[in-house]
Design a protein around this ligand. Sequence first.
Ligand code: AQP
Length: 334
Amino acid sequence: MNTKPIIFSGLQATGIPTLGSLLGAIRNWARLTTDYNCLYCVVDMHSMTIRQDPAALRNYSRMALAWFVALGLDPKECTLYFQSHVPAHAELAWILNCFTYVGELNRMTQFKDKSAKNEDNINAGLYTYPVLQAADILLYQANLVPVGEDQRQHLELCRDIAMRFNKIYGDIFTVPEAYIPPVGAKIMGLQNPEKKMSKSETENEGNLVSLSDTDSDIIKKFKRAVTDSDNEIRFAPEKPGISNLLTIYACATGKTIPESEAYFSGMGYGQLKMGVGEAVVAMLKPYRDTYDRLMADNAYLDSVITQGAQKARAMSEVTLKNVKQAIGYPMQPE
Ligand code: AQP
């Protein structure tokens, strides 16, 4: 039996992952696989909160899973799976909906942001998204949830739901902690460094770096990145564009922010942008080669998907059974 502490995290299959999700989340996931029992999930059920083209959703889901493996998540060391392959997520989400207050959901900033972006489709799923996310995490008794800064509020809600439930029914759920990386927790857009880099932000293509961009696209996007007018390479809140470039450089090279500032000291913005672009291209190269190889190997990917679903189902059923018993559902016939 695996007695290591448990980690759960997920990624939406709404497009090709960005440099933001790589640096803010997936790269950290890979670092945690030796010390933790990790479950990493393509959260295709969450993707339904925004209208999806069925073929594209299926395709993006498979691509996301291939990226997981290419970015260093070894399916022998962790559980990689699709959320929709494990029905317990939806079953627990319904129950947790009944332990979540409308007032709490009204305060979620992501709901407000996403409703503003999708005025013609403000559906109930978008509203209760954080409850499904809580179910994702609590189902596996996760101790730690590595996420970007944008998910902090949802994690707090998940903890509140778990504590509320435990207070009524006893210690059913582990109350999870967020793991938010000290550097890279919020990679900002290259054109709008005041806002997080998001894969669905497609109006201005230069704003995001997608993991499948070509080397020359990446360099071009960095060359056009928004900076400021004082020509001083320094990490500071009043310099969001420069701070974002320094953060990306630090994450891509493994240097600290002060080391990155020192490296570019005395250089101009043009050299900074070029230096960051080249560092990102160099970092992505080996990952991309592996990704291409994996996408060509259907049999291998299918086996990862099947085994991941089996492992996740077995783990999820233990908690779900305890929950059903605790709340008073009639015993299931065997
Ligand atoms: N820009 C970012 N900086 C740091 N971390 C990020 N994450 C996402 N973008 C950044 C983290 O990556 C994990 C997976 O996120 P996701 O793709 O499931 O969902 P998201 O946060 O909604 O990402 P997007 O790109 O903004 O998706 P759309 O556009 O579909 O809404 C999470 O841990 C997230 O914090």
